[in-house]
Design a binder for this molecule. Structure first.
Ligand code: SF4
Length: 177
């Protein structure tokens, strides 16, 4: 199948790419991520995704969302929510809706997301959002299975990819103590 992989960042996508390729899919990376702040960080993570695309010779679609829109549509009123809370659910919906729109526009067979690699993300919440968008085209792939996260760390180190220290939005940046 032609699969569009919503790529939250290069480190998470490493294991997902190999899993999808192993299953015989054609993979296109989709970088959107309006949640990421500041803009320099968005660019830094994109640079790493471009390196990943180059390494595996994969096409990469770069979206041009705005963080201001994300703040209005997603974070407004939920700034104090903890990670894994309501803001994150809306955040997943925002990114996956853009991935689904790109799936339809680009005539891909299916879409999925690298978000499920992280042990900090609740896969069931992500699946619910994806399935709401498209019961048929969203692939419920739980990439953290089979030591997916550990594998992603190994691949990230091997490929020398930049790995960030916070999830993405300004509300997830931990104060330096
Ligand atoms: S903590 Fe991460 S998942 Fe949650 S809203 Fe911020 S960027 Fe999105």
């Amino acid at each position: 199948m032609k699969v569009l992989l919503h790529t939250c960042c290069a480190p998470c996508a490493t294991h997902c790419v190999l899993t999808l390729l192993d299953e015989g899919h054609e993979v296109t990376l989709f970088y959107s991520n309006a949640n990421i702040a500041p803009q320099e960080e968005w660019q830094k993570r994109l640079d790493a995704v471009q390196a990943l695309a180059y390494h595996y010779d994969l096409p990469l679609l770069v979206d041009t969302p705005t963080h201001d829109d994300w703040l209005t549509q997603v974070a407004s009123g939920l700034e104090e929510e903890p990670e894994r809370g309501k803001r994150c659910e809306r955040c997943f919906r925002y990114s996956l809706a853009r991935a689904f729109a790109a799936t339809t526009k680009g005539s891909y067979d299916a879409f999925t997301t690298s978000l499920t690699v992280s042990p900090h993300k609740v896969s069931a919440m992500i699946f619910e959002v994806g399935k709401e968008l498209s019961e048929i085209q969203f692939l419920t792939m739980d990439f953290k299975k089979n030591n997916g996260f550990k594998h992603s760390l190994e691949l990230t180190e091997k490929l020398g990819l930049y790995r960030q220290s916070y999830c993405g939005c300004e509300f997830s940046i931990k104060p330096v103590s």
